[in-house]
Design a protein around this ligand. Sequence first.
Ligand code: NDP
Ligand code: GUE
Length: 278
Amino acid sequence: MAILDGQAAAADLLAHVGLRAAEFTERTGRAPMLATVLVGSDPASHTYVKMKQNRCRQVGIESRRVELGQETTTEELVAAVEALSADDAVDGILLQHPVPPQIDEHLAFEAISPEKDVDGVTLASFAAMSFSEPGYASCTPGGIMRLLDAYDVDLAGKHAVVVGRSRILGKPMAMLMLERNATVTICHSRTTDLADRVAEADVVVAAVGRPELVRGAWIKPGAVVVDAGYNAGNVGDVEYGAAAERASWITPVPGGVGPMTIATLLAQTMDSAERRGA
Ligand SMILES: NC(=O)C1=CN([C@@H]2O[C@H](COP(=O)(O)OP(=O)(O)OC[C@H]3O[C@@H](n4cnc5c(N)ncnc54)[C@H](OP(=O)(O)O)[C@@H]3O)[C@@H](O)[C@H]2O)C=CC1
Ligand SMILES: Nc1nc(=O)c2c([nH]1)NC[C@@H]1CN(c3ccc(C(=O)N[C@@H](CCC(=O)O)C(=O)O)cc3)C=[N+]21
C-alpha cells in the first residue's frame, strides 16, 4: 500500500500558483481576488472559509469576505452574489455550502457568473466539465483528479465506483472519471448491494458523509481508494486501517482530498484572473 499524499501534491500546486500570482500582480498592478460568501453561523463552515482565506494570503491571492446572517432570504443572497459577479475586481466567487434551509441554494449558485465560478458549482460549469469543454471543475472532484494525476494513476478501462451522488461531489466525480475513460458506477442511499458494487471496483471514491461506511473487507486487493469523507474527529468515509491493507493506493484523512480541494480552488481562481486580464 502507498499513500496518495494530498498535502504534498497541494503544496506543489500552491507553489506554482504563488509564482503565477506574483507575476500577475506585477504585470497588472492588482492582485488576483477570490470573494467568499458565508451565510449563517455554522462553525464548521466558518473554519473552512478561514482555511481558504489563509491559503489565499500565503500564495498572494487577495480575498474578500462577505458574511450574511442566518435569516438571509434567497433574494438577498442572490443580490449579493450578483453584485460580486458584476464587480470587475473579483476573479472568483465561492459560496460556501450548505446555506440555511430557507434559502434556495441552486438559485444562489446560479447567480455566480460562469467565468467566475472557480468552485465549479453552476449548471454551466457542470455541463462544461462533463463534456471536457473549457470551464471550472467542481473543486473536490477536480482536486481528486489532480491527485490521481500527480501519482500517474491511469483510469482508462478501470472500473470506478463512486459512492455518493451530490451536486458538488459524487456526480461531478463520476463525470470526470467517465471523461478519462473509466467504466463508472454511481452508488447512493438507495443502492441495495453496496458491498458487492464496491468489491468490483478498481478505483473507489467514497463521498457520503458517514464515518467508515465503506468497510476494508469490501476493497478488492490492489484497488485505489479515495476517501473524500470529512466527518467529525477527522474520520473519513472509509475504514482506513483495514482498507489500507488491501489497497494499492489510498488517501489519508486528513492530508488527502481536503488540501487538494483548496489548492484546486486557488489554481482555478488564478486561471480566472489570467483569463479576465487586468
Ligand atoms: N474534503 C473536501 O474537500 C470535502 C469533503 N466533503 C465531505 O464529503 C462527504 C460527502 O459530502 P457531500 O457530497 O456534500 O454530502 P451529501 O450529504 O450532499 O451527499 C451524500 C451522498 O451520499 C449518499 N448516501 C448517504 N447514505 C448512504 C448510504 N448509506 N449508502 C450509500 N450512499 C449513501 C447520498 O445518497 P442520496 O443521494 O440517495 O441521498 C448522497 O448522494 C462528507 O463527509 C463531506 O464532509 C464534502 C465536500 C468537500
Ligand atoms: N461551495 C463549497 N465548496 C467546497 O469545496 C466546500 C463547501 N462548499 N462546503 C464545505 C466543504 C468542506 N470542504 C473542505 C475543504 C478542505 C478541507 C481540508 O483541507 N481538510 C484538511 C484538514 C484541515 C484541518 O482540519 O485542519 C485535510 O483534510 O487534511 C476539508 C473540507 C470544502 N467544502
